[in-house]
Design a protein around this ligand. Structure first.
Ligand code: ZN
Length: 166
């Protein structure tokens, strides 16, 4: 680490390595403990907006508690995202049970994930809201590393890991 690193703080167009713990309603849902810090390009919408904007000004080694409302997180629950789909559209080999998550294609062939709410006589009710829609997210973060992005990363809008440009 150079002395210069000590004074650097998070700003747009920097590559951030961040340890995090995500809790919802006091329950830990996800953390970087197992897979290591997340690495992303700040200011390019690569993480949810409510967390990204709170990281600005953070220095390496600093911790922060961030509360993200649904509006700045995964959005509110949308009743239009709960849909009845004809049973005939599901391949027979798929077991249809409440709570199962499935990938389905919409009319334009776009794949989307949904969760089965209930299975009826002729239709299956599915919820296509993000599982964290409507939830207030509590992040506990620690800034691990900070560097300037390369020109190529800026052009692509995402981080390149060493030896793996795409
Ligand atoms: Zn790329």
């Amino acid at each position: 680490m150079s002395a210069d690193n000590k004074t650097k703080v998070v700003a747009d167009d920097m590559v951030i390595s961040l340890d995090y713990t995500l809790s919802v309603d006091g329950e830990v849902l996800d953390s970087s403990e197992d897979e290591g810090p997340i690495v992303f390009l700040q200011g390019h919408g690569n993480i949810i907006p409510g967390l990204e904007k709170e990281l600005v000004g953070l220095a390496v080694g600093e911790n922060k508690e961030v509360t993200v409302t649904p509006k700045d997180g995964y959005g509110e629950q949308d009743s239009e995202e709960i849909k009845d789909i004809p049973l005939s559209e599901f391949p027979e080999e798929i077991p249809l049970k409440d709570g199962i998550e499935l990938k389905v294609k919409d009319d334009e062939g776009v794949e989307m994930y949904g969760k089965i709410v209930s299975v009826g006589e002729e239709t299956v009710e599915m919820d296509f809201n993000h599982p964290l829609a409507g939830k207030t997210l509590q992040f506990s973060v620690k800034l691990i590393e900070l560097r300037d992005a390369t020109q190529e990363e800026l052009a692509h809008g995402h981080v390149h890991s060493p030896g793996h440009a795409h």
